[in-house]
Design a protein around this ligand. Structure first.
Ligand SMILES: [Zn+2]
Length: 106
């Protein structure tokens, strides 16, 4: 057999039989999936045969959240409700004193 060597661009891809055997080997060595390579839990998704994949995915999600939040400075989308409240306060003039009137009973 040949020694390991850097990947050659002209190197032919694995033939069908080789890749099938590689896949089967990964499945055989994996405790997370069935013989067809699908995960037991969560059921039905294709297995990557990597016990750390769930952790990697979780960390990826955390990194995305860390990048996206907290909110960036600058203009934020304003809800129409808030625009409405601001407009009403402006139209109402100075704040009205709160009266002691009781709520009418229904
Ligand atoms: Zn697997």
């Amino acid at each position: 057999m040949s020694d390991e060597h850097p990947p050659d661009l002209d190197e032919p891809e694995l033939d069908e039989e080789q890749s099938r055997r590689m896949r089967q080997l990964a499945i055989d060595n994996c405790t997370m999936c069935d013989p067809d390579g699908y995960r037991h839990e969560p059921k039905g998704i294709v297995c990557h045969h990597n016990p750390r994949q769930d952790e990697i995915n979780r960390r990826g999600i955390e990194q995305v959240r860390a990048v996206l939040g907290p909110r960036k400075p600058g203009p934020q989308p304003v809800s129409h409700d808030l625009v409405d409240v601001v407009a009403r306060q402006r139209d109402a003039g100075p704040p009205q004193p709160i009266t002691d009137e009781e709520e009418p009973e229904l």
